[in-house]
Design a protein around this ligand. Structure first.
Ligand code: FES
Length: 239
């Protein structure tokens, strides 16, 4: 490997190994060239009553949803059954980035935008075609599967694309976990954000569903719900 490429790779993995959002603790902010990271206002993850949601209350293998960085942009929150290592990935426009390591007591909690990277299907209050499902043979135990056109993503490795037409991984949502309080904050994103395309495509639909198609930051807190109760109709994809 060329020295320059080698140094870029070391920088990527240094960023990924840092606790999400705690860039200062890692000695420097992420490189704008390599990181493809974007800071968004910090939001505390809370339960339906508005109380801080301890990471230890999340069930392993369950999918949860919250809205971040906007009030209408859904995010999967997952507790996987083992620690998640950082992963080096590439966006559709060829930007390399480091999907972050897992956070929490077992370093197994990750979050990804729930907007499919293909044609932007996403969970709505009415129906969801994209969700966490059991992996098929040869796949990881759990995959994020979009029934729209059968794109499958691997949550254990930064939501990289396993199969289907999606041109890039789901964008990672950066989480910060405080060991003393067991609280989780969402603090930014890394990878291929699709929010511009999302708001362009769904402005009218978002207005009908939520009373607003505008971008509003999710705010100081964002409510975490089990994915199963987020949408009234949870579609399973044909095998
Ligand atoms: S919209 Fe998800 S695979 Fe096409």
């Amino acid at each position: 490997m060329q020295p320059e490429a080698d140094s870029e790779r070391r920088e990527l993995m240094r960023q990924a190994a840092c606790v999400a959002g705690a860039w200062l603790a890692c000695g420097a902010a992420p490189s704008p060239v390599l990181g493809a990271a974007r800071a968004h206002p910090r939001s505390l993850l809370v339960d339906a009553r508005g109380d801080a949601l301890p990471a230890s209350r999340l069930a392993t293998g369950e999918a949860y949803l919250f809205n971040y960085p906007y009030t209408v942009s859904p995010v999967f929150l997952l507790v996987l059954d083992r620690a998640v290592e950082p992963a080096e990935l590439v966006t559709e426009d060829k930007r390399r980035y480091a999907a972050p390591a897992g956070v929490g007591p077992k370093r197994s909690i990750v979050a990804f935008s729930a907007i499919c990277a293909h044609k932007l299907m996403y969970p709505t209050p009415e129906v969801s075609f994209i969700g966490l499902r059991k992996g098929s043979r040869g796949e990881p135990a759990q995959v994020i599967h979009c029934c729209g056109d059968d794109s499958r993503y691997d949550p254990q490795h930064g939501a990289r694309v396993l199969a289907g037409p999606a041109p890039q991984p789901l964008a990672a949502v950066l989480l910060e976990w405080d060991a003393a309080s067991d609280r989780l904050h969402a603090v930014g994103t890394r990878g291929g954000e699709l929010f511009d395309a999302f708001f362009d495509k769904y402005a009218v639909k978002l207005e009908l569903e939520n009373g607003s198609g505008q971008r509003k930051p999710s705010g100081d807190t964002t409510v975490v719900r089990p994915a199963a109760s987020f949408s009234r109709n949870w579609r399973s994809c044909p095998a």
